[in-house]
Design a protein around this ligand. Structure first.
Ligand code: KG4
Ligand code: ZN
Length: 324
């Protein structure tokens, strides 16, 4: 069963065809990163206009190896994200589904990130499992006992972890997007050169990163000649330490069988390495390209929704603050 997935929640225009929720037949991503980099972050109106320009060529390329008649459904991200951006993808999905008389499936972007773990792997994840979702807008520990069955055990009380990476990169003058910039700057830096604060929030599965971000800001304000690579490395280590420790604790407490990582920050090599070293359980992480925004994950999630009979009507809307 082939599903066309469409993703336009932020600054990537993406379309993909995925078979049976797992085999990627195409995965096309048109990134707007160069356009937004000059503003130091995503400008919502610029993003929506860019989606309008890119969406049809991106879908055409994604569908080029598949006959339209082979598709079984159209899945599109409905939120969370920027409303003007989401509207572009959802409207195109509606038009295709309507004209081809195909089922239309609205997908939660965070759920999509988790489903990137079902793509291109010989063995599918097993329930119950714990998923750490770390992206630009979200930091959540999610207990999954079955498809579509989510219990959010903890979330960030302030900045999302990707947001903290982006803000600290700006403080250190490393540019946008901040996550990959910090990862690159941290190479060769000493991760224990600055002892930065870790918010453990003991007894809770919640996270907090704003104190850490402010600690970096105070250091830079006090002295402008500090070595950026040591600061970047110490910051990255503090983030990774908190994410890994709290995830491993929660996995033990909730007796899950596997740990999954998801979201753009899961592309971070230090996080992947530390989680692999310290996880007492089998660990699944999507390949880096499937951690950041893409439409294959939306098509995969759409497949499992379709299997559960969760099909939407023509009144499907976008939900910028959609929760799991
Ligand atoms: O999942 P994603 O592509 O979009 C959202 O749903 O937000 O995540 C984007 C976030 C950005 O904050 C970006 O800086 C961060 O993920 N990110 C990384 C890395 N690659 C992307 N953070 C740390 N290390 C990376 N290699
Ligand atoms: Zn995302």
């Amino acid at each position: 069963m082939k599903i066309l997935g469409i993703e336009t929640s932020c600054d990537e225009t993406a379309a993909a065809v995925v078979e049976d929720g797992e085999r990627i037949l195409s995965n096309v991503i048109a990134s707007q990163v160069d356009i937004h980099a000059r503003y130091g972050g995503v400008v919502p109106e610029v993003a929506s206009r860019q989606h309008i320009l890119s969406i049809i060529p991106v879908i055409e390329e994604a569908i080029s190896k598949t006959e339209w008649g082979e598709l079984s459904a159209i899945a599109a991200t409905i939120g969370p994200g920027l409303s003007g951006s989401l509207i572009v993808g959802v409207n195109v999905a509606k038009a295709i589904a309507y004209s081809r008389s195909l089922p239309l499936i609205g997908v939660n972007h965070i759920e999509g990130h988790i489903y990137a773990n079902w793509l291109s792997r010989p063995q599918k994840p097993d329930f119950p499992l714990l998923s750490l979702v770390v992206s630009g807008g979200h930091t959540e520990l999610v207990l999954m006992k079955g498809h579509g069955d989510y219990l959010v055990l903890g979330k960030t009380r302030d900045d999302a972890v990707g947001e903290a990476f982006d803000k600290v990169a700006r403080i250190l003058g490393l540019g946008y997007p901040g996550g990959p910039a910090i990862e690159r700057a941290a190479i060769g830096g000493n991760p224990s050169s600055y002892h930065l604060p870790r918010a453990w929030l003991k007894g809770s599965c919640d996270f907090s990163f704003s104190g850490l971000k402010t600690a970096v800001l105070r250091l830079v304000e006090a002295r402008s000649d500090l070595p950026v690579y040591d600061l970047a490395s110490s910051f990255q280590e503090a983030v990774v330490d908190v994410l890994v420790t709290k995830t491993v604790d929660a996995a033990r407490r909730y007796h899950v069988g596997q740990i999954l990582l998801a979201g753009g920050v899961a592309a971070n090599l230090r996080l992947r390495e530390a989680m692999a070293q310290r996880s007492p359980l089998p660990l699944i992480i999507p390949e880096p390209l499937l951690c950041t925004d893409n439409a294959a994950m939306i098509a995969s999630c759409g497949y499992y929704r379709l299997m559960a009979g969760k099909v939407d009507g023509w009144d499907l809307d976008v939900y910028p603050n959609l929760k799991l």
